[in-house]
Design a protein around this ligand. Structure first.
Ligand SMILES: Nc1nc2c(ncn2[C@@H]2O[C@H](COP(=O)(O)OP(=O)(O)O)[C@@H](O)[C@H]2O)c(=O)[nH]1
Ligand SMILES: [Mg+2]
Length: 315
């Protein structure tokens, strides 16, 4: 099947074509850029909702509820579940499948993305996967990922609105929040509110938030409580997410622009590097160059200059 034909079938909403197209972008095959190119003009109407938090916080259970809630509001919802905790066994992803059973039965499209140890690559392909889903007619793409490291934070940065899920009894996690998740959270969800300590956890986050300067036009992240297993509080999370997307449209637009800038830079650098490896250096060429640096024949600066010089010659 040609890429044009595949793109047409994706846009027609054919499930098998959609699955195939997602594999194309996920595997970063050579056709991926042509496919994204064919689909990108047909996007822009939807939103990407990122959801992150520690393993076991109840993210998948919550995503299941959120997806169903949005379906009831006549939204077409797709879920991208990224679980870096089990790169090979897929065990956690199978768990996610079970947790998201209701959404799956309710017509929500669910895709699990394995990491194969390449989280950085996943941040890249998540954005393209969202484009494929949007072109297929999904107007909300929920991305679930574990929020522990910088790469996961990068995945969440592909979203228009970010939900950070925490649970009661997370003494240390408040420190972790300070470190990374705090800068990306638009909405805090204290899940497992049926457990002791939910009020304390919410108060702790409120305390941290009150220390942050709030710009004039800014959105103050609400701290909401949910019990994902029963669905209590989930409607309020949906409302807050919708409110964020509606009220902070200029901010969402700015983020999209920043993401576009970062992606173009990243892709261009990869293309330049790919060109160097293929055309200028050839097989083993890079290693040979590094051998010379290691043998102190040339220094790293000179080696890099030699590379860029070759690139410019070959223009
Ligand atoms: N008590 C309680 N358990 C929950 C709640 N939400 C999820 N769980 C349970 O927490 C466990 C982990 O949930 P899961 O959705 O897989 O978490 P994830 O790793 O963050 O995706 C499961 O056993 C859920 O049933 C909740 O609100 N209250
Ligand atoms: Mg999960």
């Amino acid at each position: 099947m040609t890429i044009e034909a595949l793109a047409a079938r994706v846009r027609a909403g054919e499930p098998r074509a959609l699955a195939r197209a997602l594999s194309v972008v996920e595997d970063e095959t050579p056709q991926a850029s042509a496919l994204v190119g064919a689909l990108y003009p047909h996007t822009g109407h939807g939103a990407i909702v990122g959801l992150t938090g520690a393993p076991g916080a109840g993210k998948s259970t919550l995503v299941d509820r959120l997806a169903l809630g949005w379906c009831a509001r006549q939204r077409r919802v797709a879920i991208l579940a990224v679980d870096p905790t089990s790169p090979f066994t897929g065990g956690a992803l199978l768990g996610d499948r079970v947790r998201m059973q209701h959404a799956g039965d309710g017509g929500v499209f669910i895709r699990s993305m394995a990491t194969r140890g390449h989280l950085g690559g996943l941040a890249r392909t998540t954005a393209d996967a969202a484009i494929v889903l949007e072109a297929a007619g999904y107007d909300l793409v929920i991305v679930e990922t574990v929020g522990v490291g910088q790469d996961e934070v990068e995945i969440v940065r592909t979203a228009d609105v970010s939900l950070v899920v925490v649970v009661p009894g997370m003494g240390d996690d408040v420190q972790a929040l300070k470190a990374g998740l705090m800068e990306i959270a638009d909405i805090y969800v204290v899940n497992k509110a049926d457990r002791d300590g939910a009020d304390r956890a919410a108060a702790a986050i409120d305390g941290l938030l009150s220390l942050q300067p709030v710009a004039a036009e800014a959105w103050r992240p609400p701290v909401l409580r949910t019990e994902a297993t029963s669905g209590a509080g989930v409607e309020a999370v949906i409302d807050a997410t919708e409110a964020f997307l509606a009220r902070t449209a200029p901010l969402v637009e700015t983020r999209r622009r920043q993401r576009a800038a970062a992606r173009v830079r990243d892709l261009a650098l990869r293309q330049v590097w790919g060109h160097l490896e293929r055309e200028a250096l050839g097989p083993g060429g890079f290693e040979a160059l590094i051998d010379r640096v290691a043998a102190r024949e040339i220094d790293a600066h000179a080696a890099a200059r030699a590379l860029t010089a070759r690139l410019l010659e070959g223009r």
